[in-house]
Design a binder for this molecule. Sequence first.
Ligand code: MTE
Ligand code: MO
Length: 600
Amino acid sequence: MSDHETTPPTEPSAAQPVQRPRPRVGALCGLVAAGAALGTAEVAAAFLRPDATPLIAVGQAVIDLTPQELREFAISAVGEADRPLLVAGTAVLLALLAAATGVGALRRPLIGDAGIAALAAVSLAAALTRPEADALYALPSAAGGAVALVLLRVLVRTAPVRAADALASGQEAAGASAAPAAEPARPPETAESSEAPEAAEAPEAPEAAEAPEAATVTGAAERAAPAADTAGAPPRGPAFDRRRFALLAGGAALASAGAGAGGRWWAASRAGGEASREAVRLPRPDSPAPPLPDGAELDVDGLSPFFTPNGDFYRVDTALSVPRVDATRWRLRIHGRGAREVEYTYADLVERSDLAERDVTLACVSNRVGGTYVGNARWIGVPIAALLREAGVRPPGEGGPADQLVSRSTDGMTIGTPVEALMDGRDALLALGMNGAPLPAEHGFPARVVVPGLYGYVSACKWVDDMELTTFDAFDAYWIPRGWSQRAPIKTQSRIDTPREGAQVSAGALPIAGVAWAQHVGVDGVEVRIDDGPWRAARLAAEDTADTWRQWVLEWDAEPGDHTVSVRATDKSGATQTAEEAQPAPDGATGHHTVAVTVT
Ligand SMILES: Nc1nc2c(c(=O)[nH]1)N[C@H]1C(S)=C(S)[C@@H](COP(=O)(O)O)O[C@H]1N2
Ligand SMILES: [Mo]
């Protein structure tokens, strides 16, 4: 930054004419250039590799690079709500860096070049290190960087210099250069009083920084234009300069927004995944699920339904953009130690005579006690043991050389599952259907793994297209270096669905109800405790299978006052949930779910 810009407002530099555009204008140049880079990259990505757009590539890299010490953050980062936050955070950071680059470019064009090159390099590195990346992943970042490089130079050259006689603008520039984007709400007071139109404009540049989608940048540019025109009665030259600059910047921002939106739309309409999913008709499975026993579903308000509808089913994965896989081109390859390589098309699987339908409750290892990362569905799929046997695989117990099956997905995820568990007779499925529909894209279309009794991160690979027989010694799947155990059977757990934490209820008869799960072992009993009272047996819903959760209810005669309600389950091995609280990492949370309620 120049000396003038850092001069405090109390010592205005009005005496010397300043022949450089305001930092704010530089920041705008940087933002517009970054917007153009994103717009260009969107278009290039839409035609070449949809996941290679800078925001997604960098966001994915952030997810993958998050160190183990930030495990807690990583856990939430794979959850749904934090996905948009991550993209927004990446965008804000980009906006700040772009604005700074623009300010630097005013001083020296080379600084601008270097800033743009650095940003493009980060994006390029992120895109090229995606597991599924090929050479074409480089193009969106490279094209975006090139466009930004040229545009920033042009914008900076066209940027209007600040009027030499404006004392107040010197003051304002000092304030603006201190924090061009970080202090949105409070423009410098001096500027506010002496230069009303521009002061009113000041808070808007940061708005553009918060969401530097090309569209918002456009907004900032458009707002900048009238402000420039109303700043007193400027001499002809500067006014012309300003108008030309506003046209250029605004035009570039508009074009970027159009290109970005068009690219997104084109990429979405081109992805064959949804069309191929809609064309799928799953046949009646040869081995249907046994009918649901009477009484498996209790009628209690606020209790989770026995089958979780697909739209409500929890989603946990690292994918910033849901893979849209075209089933007609998809192949599943099985290979590795002790296996003869086999390959299946989607049609091969659908036409098999051993399709099975099974009810299995899925659970995530990062589910906290009382959390929502658990759901129950009726799956249709091919028994994985049958596929492995066709490849000649023997489990370790029969002398097979591989003890780990590594499933890989189209988005580069790796998930390692014990071969023994896949072949010990349990209903491990390569699932194609979920609750009567082809797998939703979010849940792994065209195919995913479902293994009763194992947490999702060691079993439930979505969008799977490759299965490799190997050993636990030879290969660590994705989550293992991130602090999670290689082997992770689901821990017996129970949850109170109603009443909810903090509920205010009236005294008298009140059902306490929830779900309990001990997949592949079975739930034997559930007990509820009010305050420090005795554990009382809840009434269990009928058991569907040992692989599904069970609903439970306890009729409580609620007495006025503040109470805590706790639950614990005992599984069919005789083990009762421990009260000892453990975090999700490394192999699943423990402790009793407890809710506080007020009875009036
Ligand atoms: N390709 C892929 N598969 C994945 C994951 C992932 O991040 N990527 N996450 C796993 C985890 S941690 C869980 S708990 C389950 C969740 O499956 P769901 O999203 O269908 O509920 O998917 C598993 N399969
Ligand atoms: Mo998970």
